[in-house]
Ligand binder design. Structure first.
Ligand code: HEC
Ligand code: HEC
Ligand code: HEC
Ligand code: HEC
Ligand code: HEC
Length: 184
């Protein structure tokens, strides 16, 4: 319950910051780069990370809220989006048709079928919470997500999620190299 209030609170703060500015043509900071190109049509909705996490400074873990306490960072359900994008709230100034899709998913109760980008092999165990607890930033593995538009592919920082990538950072930071911590 407490957590829900906290989350609602953050949403409200973001909205208070947002609403008065939505009428103006020019956004604070840089203009949003949420353009729908042929390439990024691979996601069902053109969700711009730079607008949310860069321009509006919404914390990564506001949406990926299980990263600090579970194996998976988690993809937010449409309920998280609708807190800001429900009818009468933020409609979007550059690609409003994408916000309409968010509302349609919410109204019909169908989850948004996001395409997964980062995925380790089934025999590999990757715990987000251990990395977050050790102070490894999201960006050191996923790149500068707050500057990216629609995500389509892995950032070069992710070393294609090969074993050598994991192990070389573990060596660098003195983390375990025991086969059994990463393999079932
Ligand atoms: C307003 C909600 C929201 C915020 C804030 C947000 N994200 Fe996301 N993120 C999403 C959604 C929705 C997806 C799924 C669609 C996609 O891949 O773009 C996603 C996908 C991702 C993915 C790809 C997951 C995969 O493998 O498919 C990564 C990595 C990611 N986010 C990292 C971040 C980081 C790092 C931040 C902070 C700098 C951040 N996100 C902020 C909503 C958010
Ligand atoms: C805390 C509030 C908040 C949450 C939560 C949120 N958004 Fe947004 N979203 C915004 C703001 C603010 C904008 C910028 C609106 C503008 O510039 O017109 C935006 C813009 C967008 C845009 C681009 C609209 C445009 O015309 O540029 C899309 C698409 C979008 N959001 C989808 C989503 C999805 C999908 C989710 C859930 C994963 C989500 N949003 C969650 C606040 C939020
Ligand atoms: C040490 C590298 C590393 C760090 C740090 C890291 N990630 Fe990941 N992330 C990964 C890997 C590897 C995967 C694929 C995991 C899998 O397939 O189980 C992944 C997957 C994801 C996904 C896909 C969906 C899911 O539920 O896992 C999202 C979203 C994501 N990361 C967001 C984040 C965010 C937000 C942060 C910071 C709070 C973060 N990651 C920190 C390496 C990292
Ligand atoms: C950028 C650096 C970095 C990368 C890349 C990275 N890790 Fe880690 N990993 C760490 C750190 C730091 C810890 C925390 C060690 C601790 O808690 O003492 C850790 C801890 C772990 C643990 C828990 C270890 C234990 O002792 O129980 C596992 C499992 C793990 N990582 C798996 C992976 C896998 C699998 C990958 C690649 C897909 C990966 N890591 C990539 C830095 C990294
Ligand atoms: C820090 C995490 C980590 C540690 C420690 C680790 N591995 Fe891996 N291993 C991985 C990842 C990630 C992959 C998946 C690579 C891929 O899918 O391309 C992998 C893949 C493999 C594979 C499949 C072949 C391949 O290259 O994809 C074998 C076999 C393997 N590891 C054996 C071991 C052995 C033996 C040890 C101990 C000496 C070990 N691993 C330690 C993360 C780790």
């Amino acid at each position: 319950m407490k957590r829900l209030w906290l989350v609602a609170g953050i949403g409200a703060v973001a909205l208070i910051l947002t609403v008065p500015l939505l009428g103006s043509r020019q956004a604070p900071g840089e203009a949003p780069e949420a353009e729908a190109t042929q390439e990024n049509l691979s996601q069902p909705i053109q969700f711009p990370h730079n607008t949310h996490a860069g321009q509006w400074l919404i914390d990564c873990q506001y949406c990926h809220f299980s990263a600090e306490r579970s194996v998976d960072a988690g993809i937010p359900p449409v309920e998280t989006c609708i807190g800001c994008h429900r009818e009468g709230l933020i409609a979007g100034r550059t690609i409003p048709e994408e916000v309409v899709k968010v509302r349609e998913h919410y109204n019909s109760g169908t989850p948004i079928p996001w395409r997964r980008i980062y995925k380790v092999s089934d025999h590999v165990h990757f715990p987000h919470m251990r990395h977050v607890a050790a102070g490894v930033t999201c960006q050191s593995c996923h790149g500068e997500v707050q500057e990216m538009g629609v995500l389509t592919e892995m950032a070069p920082q992710a070393g294609n999620l090969k074993m050598g990538w994991c192990v070389s950072c573990h060596v660098e930071r003195g983390a375990s190299r025991d086969c059994t911590v990463c393999h079932y």
